[in-house]
Write a protein that binds this ligand. Structure first.
Ligand code: ADP
Ligand code: MG
Length: 332
């Protein structure tokens, strides 16, 4: 079998079950959630790591040094946000082709420092080596949480929510990967949504303090893929109403509804939070959320008893097909 047949998550499951399935000590949590958990006095440590590699995750000349630095830390902080953690520190390892301009690298570190300062998350170390291929960046972040949230914990009847617009980043990616695609004035918006995601740390911490928020993760591969992780970890199924997906004004202006739904479900890299909330508490939590963040907590569907491993997508209450696959590195 080839890796492209097994897929990204198939591979992770294969090696983790085969070699690393022995039970961990009390309070530890390993492979499978947005962050690993290391128990400690006064709150757990949450740890996550993400890799960005040239021409897979970014095109160097399109993103530029500063945005690449920002995004490298932002996508990692997003996993801490998903767990409701407060950032503590980061570590950065980079493999760099020797011909890289130092100006590009100066800008990279300027961008990295932006989120580092904003969330009081100092860079404490890392590693730097020569690359014989493209630029590769690996960031590890450490956070702390008193009330962490996991992908498990969703219950039948929960309202499925997201913290912001979906699909803009995927629309931006289409311009980035196709240099011939005509860029009108709106293209810049979508491209910037792809290159410059904002980690929802404050939202994550706020939501994690509610016991009625049962499960939480961040949206990196599109809800079609990411919601399945909550379904699997929580042993539940899910219904998503396409007409409730939050779409940005420019998304509805520039794309057909079908394209917008496709970007919003399958595109990925939105880095919004995906959570499930006890339906009895949804009104109260969403009101408090809106008051604090001046934006709605969008309800997009419902968790149901475990039936299928596929998400049911509804449009005007009718079941529709064609939205079931999110991003997978090897099958894409
Ligand atoms: P996320 O999108 O939240 O960063 P991923 O989908 O990349 O999470 O990974 C899913 C889970 O698998 C995470 O718990 C992650 O730590 C784990 N994982 C992924 N790749 C590896 C690996 N090479 N070794 C160990 N664990 C891994
Ligand atoms: Mg994640």
């Amino acid at each position: 079998m080839k890796l492209k047949d097994l897929g990204e998550f198939g591979l992770i499951e294969r090696f983790s079950e085969k070699y690393f399935s022995e039970s961990l000590s009390d309070g530890f949590l390993g492979i499978g959630d947005d962050c690993a958990v290391i128990p400690a006095l006064g709150g757990d440590f949450l740890v996550s790591t993400d890799l960005l590699t040239e021409n897979v995750h970014f095109i160097k000349d399109e993103i530029g040094g500063e945005m690449l630095g920002k995004k490298s830390l932002a996508v990692n902080l997003s996993d801490l946000a998903a767990s409701g953690a407060t950032p503590v520190a980061s570590f950065l390892s980079i493999a760099i082709p020797p011909e890289t301009d130092t100006e590009f690298l100066d800008l990279f570190f300027k961008g990295y420092a932006f989120w580092s300062k904003k969330f009081n998350c100092p860079l404490l170390g890392g590693d730097t080596t020569k690359s014989a291929g493209g630029l590769t960046i690996n960031v590890t972040v450490i956070g702390k949480a008193k009330n962490k949230k996991l992908r498990s914990g969703a219950k039948p009847g929960d309202v499925i929510c997201v913290t912001g617009f979906l699909g803009d980043s995927a629309a931006g990616l289409e311009f980035v990967i196709d240099p011939k695609k005509k860029r009108d004035k709106n293209a810049e918006y979508f491209i910037s949504r792809h290159h410059n995601p904002e980690p929802r740390i404050s939202e994550g911490k706020f939501l994690a303090d509610f016991q009625s928020v049962h499960a939480m993760m961040d949206i990196s591969d599109g809800i079609s893929s990411d919601l399945k992780h909550i379904m699997k970890a929580s042993e539940v199924s899910a219904v998503v109403e396409l007409d409730k997906l939050p779409l940005s004004p420019l998304m509805t202006e520039c794309y057909s509804l079908r394209d917008a739904y496709s970007f919003a479900t399958s595109g990925g890299e939105d880095y919004e939070l995906l959570l499930t909330v006890d339906s009895k508490k949804f009104a109260e939590i969403s009101e408090k959320f809106e008051k604090k963040f001046s934006k709605p907590l969008y309800a997009i569907g419902t968790i149901t008893e475990k039936k299928s491993t596929e998400i049911v997508f509804l449009e005007n209450s009718f079941s529709v097909n064609g939205f079931s696959n999110g991003f997978d590195h090897f099958t894409a």
